[in-house]
Design a protein around this ligand. Structure first.
Ligand code: MGD
Ligand code: MGD
Ligand code: SF4
Ligand code: MO
Length: 702
């Protein structure tokens, strides 16, 4: 019997960050605990992180490279798998040019720098990510407004926290773990919550604004109306550091009176006034905003207005407000990514790049243009590509169209842990290592001022960490890489003088924080000011001032459609057990959450004869899927809230039930529904109808 060895590392079961102590016995991880010395998680972990052993050692996990031969999967070697991919890619480059290749990933999984470097050196601008509607879009809109991404400074102890469409304790998103919010809240911060659904935070909030989904930009402009009318802004800051204040104030006064904002958002104007006053007069105040504000046509304008609120109330880069954390002096994601390797001619070929200019600036494409190029061959054909850590058939909008595209695509490879519905359609499967199986300088893509040492705890099967996959594939394509992943880490660390061995010992590096940096050097925008009037958007011939655009598929804009589809579908409720389409095969997690859930107000349910836990059809103009009803009087009777990410690994045919409960069969990716400069797809607000699923009466109330 071997002894137990403890290894300190960092989880990445979501966007990552929690410090972990893993116990290893006989080469196998036997216990996972939170690391109390972690500056990010302070010893806390969530259900997903704690379940990693059931993911890593799952019997369905694919442990070897696979290739498809006559429609059937066969085991192969890494050499052969990588050769097949490189041969195909080289052939496409020769015949069509590198732009006919795509690289695809999903949400941030801590290999962005490798992914981007691989794509840039390949010469393709066609980079598919979730960034068009998640996080990168928040950053892109922040960059053009104030030069950097302003993160809520929980560590600086805000006196007021605004949770704007975010659920930090369940989603632990991006920079934050829920514990940061909780600590600041417990120190006595006031709380404003802006959310269409009653939850843990709304019950604790000083003010809850229960808005109509998708109307956040109008609400933020309503806040501004109060702040401007009542003179609650910081005059000095506005005079010295805001570009376009007068034009912006005129628009707000004229176009966003509170009566109108109330009508758009469904929030009572007195509550809006009270919340705006509280935000503008409680200092410091931090806004933590989340992904639902991005997943619609107002993506860019909401973030621009929210940053404007931080600026006008002088909470920007102020302790306890919204700040620009200073990173440690390691080499950056951008330096690693080698963006300069992509020539201007190739950049010009980015699909949809002329239209979605801000998305293009952030180096991604909106997925729709890729599916179109595969299906129609226009403006040029996409022939082949690789998806690493994404399951677009379940997670991107308009899944039936994606299915059509992926089945038409000539060749693609997937790197994943499991054979997902997307992976089933691929030609090559590369077995990726989980966070237990990787060496990496973690989190240098985040804006929290830290980098963390994630060290390899075990090796499992023939799985490779994604970083190694890109590095080895890149070398075979003739690209410049380091000999090993560890060499790449040393290169990133070089400016700090710290070695990889020392970094592992330390666990993390932190930048030296400095507030109010703008007082020395202004903001990193063309005017050096916060651009409420965006000179960048103006130069692209776009409206330089933020506004609210009615959701293209709503009861207001489409009363005709609303006759048949009367409810607003808010599609994307997260749960603590799952991460998008992940973890459905993990026993500890699935036992807690066996079925997809759609939440319906009891009055609405009654109208349709729907009872608690009935199976319900949810239908949009693009299709129908079924989920199980949970009656919830904490949502508006006009709104239905559904979960996303559902497929059924226990269904063993190759579709794995991808079309049963997958809410993205219902969502829309038409150009009219997207943010006009970012290409953010509307995943979160659309029209639907519901009715009882009579066909499976037998399983109701079993
Ligand atoms: N309707 C609706 N749709 C949504 C959303 C919504 O709110 N509503 N949210 C959207 C958002 S914000 C996002 S970011 C996207 C996310 O979209 P995706 O990133 O595509 O979603 P996941 O299901 O998390 O990941 C897909 C696959 O990555 C694999 N994977 C996990 N970790 C790794 C790894 O380290 N390496 C490799 N190679 N594979 C790994 C998993 O096994 C899984 O099969 O979904 C979006 N979809
Ligand atoms: N457990 C778990 N954690 C996750 C994920 C997961 O799938 N599961 N996904 C990860 C990813 S990629 C992301 S982007 C983050 C997202 O995490 P968050 O940014 O926290 O977003 P959500 O949890 O989708 O929604 C947050 C809150 O917004 C509310 N909301 C819904 N629509 C609207 C709206 O139109 N306006 C406003 N103001 N509020 C609205 C919801 O009711 C919810 O309470 O979570 C990450 N963490
Ligand atoms: S929140 Fe959960 S999944 Fe995310 S890093 Fe922490 S333990 Fe891991
Ligand atoms: Mo996301």
């Amino acid at each position: 019997m071997g002894s137990i060895k403890k290894v300190r590392t960092v989880c990445r079961g979501c966007h990552g960050g929690c410090g972990v102590i893993a116990s290893v016995k006989d080469g196998k991880v036997v216990k996972i605990e939170g690391d109390p010395s972690s500056p990010i998680s302070h010893g806390t972990m969530c259900s997903k992180g704690l379940a990693i052993t059931q993911i890593a050692y799952h019997p369905d996990r694919i442990l070897y490279p696979m290739k498809k031969v006559s429609g059937k999967w066969e085991r192969t070697s890494w050499d052969e798998a990588l050769d097949i991919i490189t041969n195909k890619f080289k052939k496409v480059i020769e015949e069509y040019g590198p732009e006919s290749l795509f690289i695809g990933q999903g949400t941030g999984r801590d290999y962005e720098s490798y992914f981007s470097r691989f794509g840039n050196l390949l010469g393709t601008p066609n980079v598919l990510t979730a960034g068009h509607m998640c996080y990168l879009s928040r950053i892109g809109a922040s960059l053009i407004t104030c030069g950097r991404f302003p993160v809520c400074d929980y560590a600086g102890e805000p006196k007021l926290i605004v949770l704007w469409g975010v659920n930090p304790l369940w989603s632990n998103p991006d920079e934050y773990k829920g514990v940061s919010f909780w600590r600041a809240y417990k120190k006595g911060a006031k709380l404003i919550v802006i959310d269409p659904r009653k939850n843990f935070y709304t019950k604790r909030a000083d003010i809850w604004l229960q808005l109509r989904p998708g109307t956040d930009a109008a609400l933020a402009l309503g806040f501004f109306n109060v702040i401007i009318e009542e003179g609650l802004y910081d005059r000095d800051f506005v005079a010295n550091y805001i570009h376009g204040w007068d034009a912006f104030s005129d628009r707000v006064r004229k176009d966003y009176p509170l009566n109108k904002v109330q009508e758009i958002t469904w929030v009572d104007k007195d509550i809006i006034r009270e919340a705006a006053r509280m935000y503008a007069t409680t200092k410091p105040a931090g806004i933590h905003w989340g992904v639902p504000t991005e997943q619609n046509i107002n993506c860019t304008d909401f973030t621009r207005t929210a940053v404007g609120l931080m600026a006008a109330t002088s909470n920007l880069d102020a302790p306890g407000g919204n700040v620009f954390y200073v990173p440690p002096p390691v080499r950056t994601v951008s330096q690693f990514s080698c963006h300069e390797a992509l020539t201007p001619e190739q950049k010009k070929k980015r699909l949809g790049g002329e239209q979605y200019k801000l998305g293009a600036r952030m180096t991604f494409i909106t997925p729709r243009v890729a599916w179109d190029a595969i299906i129609t061959g226009k403006p040029y054909p996409l022939k082949a590509g690789i998806f690493v850590g994404t399951n677009p058939l379940i997670t991107e909008a308009n899944a039936n169209y994606i299915h059509k595209a992926l089945t038409k695509l000539e060749f693609f490879a997937v790197a994943d842990f499991f054979m997902t519905p997307t992976a089933e359609l691929a030609d090559i499967f590369l077995p990726a290592g989980t966070w237990l199986e990787q060496n990496h300088m973690a989190e240098n893509w985040k804006f929290h001022g830290y980098v963390l040492a994630r060290q390899k705890v075990v090796e499992i099967g023939e799985c490779w960490q994604d970083h190694k996959i890109f590095l080895e594939l890149g070398k075979r394509m003739g690209q410049q890489w380091w000999p090993t992943v560890e060499d790449a880490i040393e290169w990133l660390l070089e400016p700090t003088g710290v070695t990889w061995e020392e970094f592992k010992e330390k666990g993390y590096l932190k930048g030296d924080m400095e507030y109010y940096k703008y007082r020395k050097k202004g903001f990193s925008t063309p005017t050096k000011k916060v651009e409420l009037y965006s000179t960048v958007l103006e130069s692209w011939g776009r409206d330089p001032l933020p506004k609210y655009t009615e959701i293209p598929e709503s009861p207001v804009s489409r009363p005709d459609l609303a006759e048949r589809y009367p409810y607003i579908l808010n599609a994307g409720l997260r749960t603590p057990m799952f991460f998008h389409s992940e973890n459905r095969q993990v026993p500890w997690l699935r036992e807690m959450k066996p079925d997809p859930i759609v939440e319906i107000n009891p009055d609405t349910a009654k109208k349709h004869g729907i009872r608690e836990s009935d199976w319900v059809w949810i239908e949009s103009p693009r299709g129908r899927v079924r989920q199980r009803a949970r009656l919830n009087d904490g949502i508006d009777p006009r709104v239905v809230v559904a979960e996303h990410g559902w497929w059924f690994p226990e269904i063993k045919d190759e579709g794995h039930g991808w079309d049963i409960a997958n809410i993205n069969i219902l969502t829309d990716d038409s150009h009219e529904s997207m943010d006009p400069v970012m290409g953010a797809t509307n995943l979160r607000v659309l029209l639907c109808n519901i009715y009882r699923c009579e066909e499976i009466e037998g399983v109701n109330h079993e």
